[in-house]
Ligand binder design. Structure first.
Ligand code: NAD
Length: 457
């Protein structure tokens, strides 16, 4: 497999970009179609890589990565013409006769950093928008998912235009070398620690950045009225805590807020759901590596936290599996309630009144997503108006990620820059304001000398 060198890769790709090839719709369409072929023809390779890196089940790999990518690339192909067509805008009569247009143009050469938890999905999803917008791209997948990283490097070089789309493999040292170079945009998915490094490096070249981070995304669990609704709600919470990648997911439920009186019902339902979802543990992904396994073990090691475990809690350092674990009211100053968990541990925090959840969330950094299970329209309005988060989903989880017309991204500590669908196209484009005047009319009052008749009053 050809390995792309890191030194000077930005200039190399910039030279190719300067040829103007990416500006044509034909090139963009051909690359998106090539990506579509890659997704169909290399499905098995993706399943194998995700199994090897994360023990991810094929069904989950399709649902969360391959299937989402196919949907996104199809959507971009369907809309490419519309997105790239300049849009006429209203111009004040004063400027008559004039035409105003919004003309999207590619930013140039973009650098994409991806994280390891959805190592293929989060590498290729930004590529779709960047290609549709006509950019040249250098992609650095996460070294922590080596099989997926190798798969991406090999298949991108097999299917896509190698002069204009390149994959660089490596860890932080390689990331640093990339950051020393000049880019027209950096798109980063990962931790806030590394995002700070990326932003400091980008500032040197005045490079705009989009950072997709994580944080602690809560689920508010209101009483709900029927047992059936409670069951559905809890399955949806479990579906965002344990199902995707064993909780190693940025839009997973980090913790649940519930009124004291409903906590027993919630806990019973969570336990029943775990029994139903995992009669065997072969459907659970494993923790990515020893370091993250250790980090998660430490979160529940403290005796004051360990004492609050009400379900699960077993860990296998050989296989890196952690049992789905529920904690009831761990201390709020413990690390587990202050760091992003990113694993299969679920704290439940009880409140006197469900309305207190608003204050609880407001007192903490802005989450990537807030999930709220309630039928109370007043509570819904209050949550919408009084909290801030990248997105807000009522009565479901994760599904917002698959909606092309909803932007995906964070706010405050959970990041900035929205993508998916047309939002990706816009993120990787510059919207140029183009104004076309004619020589037909001329208003001399806009020039000096400033005689009295030229004054507006
Ligand atoms: P990370 O910050 O460790 O790594 C992200 C990328 O940066 C990787 O490609 C890595 O190789 C690179 N990198 C690491 N150190 C670097 C350095 N010093 N210089 C340059 N590059 C460097 O993050 P991670 O562990 O891969 O991902 C986990 C985090 O990502 C979690 O916080 C999670 O919430 C977040 N995340 C966010 C989203 C989202 O879409 N918002 C999606 C997935 C994960």
């Amino acid at each position: 497999m050809e390995s792309v060198g890191v030194e000077g890769v930005a200039n190399e790709v910039r030279t190719a970009f300067e040829s103007g090839k990416t500006r044509s719709l034909a090139w963009r369409r051909s690359q998106l179609k090539a990506l579509q072929r890659l997704l169909y023809e290399e499905e098995e390779g993706m399943f194998r890589a995700l199994k090897e890196d994360l023990g991810k089940h094929q069904a989950e790999a399709y649902r969360d990565e391959v299937g989402i990518l196919i949907k996104s690339v199809n959507y971009a192909l369907e809309n490419l013409k519309k997105w790239t067509t300049p849009r006429r805008v209203h111009i004040p009569l004063l400027a008559f006769p004039t035409r105003g247009e919004l003309v999207p143009e590619p930013l140039g050469v973009v650098l994409v950093f991806a994280s390891w938890n959805f190592p293929i999905g989060l590498s290729l999803e930004p590529l779709i928008g960047a290609i549709a917008a006509g950019n040249a791209i250098v992609l650095k997948p996460s070294e922590l998912a080596p099989a997926s990283c190798n798969f991406i490097a090999k298949s991108v070089s097999k299917y896509l235009d190698n002069m204009l789309v390149k994959v660089v493999r490596g860890g932080p040292d390689v990331g640093q070398k990339l950051l020393e170079q000049k880019w027209d945009k950096i798109f980063f998915t990962g931790s806030s620690r590394v995002a700070r490094i990326v932003m400091a490096a980008a500032a040197k070249h005045l490079t705009p950045v989009a950072v997709e981070l994580g944080g602690k995304s809560p689920a508010i669990f209101d009483s709900l009225e029927s047992a059936r609704d409670r069951k559905v709600a809890v399955e949806r919470i479990a579906g965002a805590k344990w199902v995707p990648c064993s909780g190693q997911v940025c839009i997973g439920v980090d913790y649940v807020l519930v009124e004291e009186q409903y906590a027993p019902v919630l806990i019973d339902q969570l336990k029943a759901t775990l029994e139903k979802f995992y009669p065997r543990f072969d459907c659970l992904s494993r923790i990515i590596n020893e370091q993250h396994f250790q980090r998660l073990s430490n979160l529940i090691k403290d005796p004051s936290v360990a004492a609050t475990i009400i379900h699960g809690g077993s860990l296998d350092s050989e296989t890196l599996f952690i049992e789905p674990t529920i904690l009831l009211d761990p201390p709020l100053d413990a690390e587990i309630m202050n760091e992003e968990i990113f694993g299969p541990l679920l704290p439940i925090i009880t409140l006197k009144k469900i309305e207190d959840s608003i204050e609880f969330i407001r007192a903490r950094p802005k989450p990537l997503v807030i999930y709220a299970f309630t039928k109370d329209e007043k509570l819904k309005s209050r949550i919408t108006a009084e909290t801030s988060s990248g997105s807000l989903t009522f009565n479901d989880t994760m599904i917002q990620f698959a909606c092309d017309e909803l932007p995906f991204g964070g706010v405050g500590g959970s990041g900035f820059g929205q993508y998916h669908g047309k939002f990706s196209f816009d993120l990787f484009s510059h919207t140029k304001a183009v104004l076309r005047r004619s020589f037909l009319l001329e208003f001399t009052f806009r020039y000096p000398p400033w005689d009295a008749w030229k004054l507006p009053f």
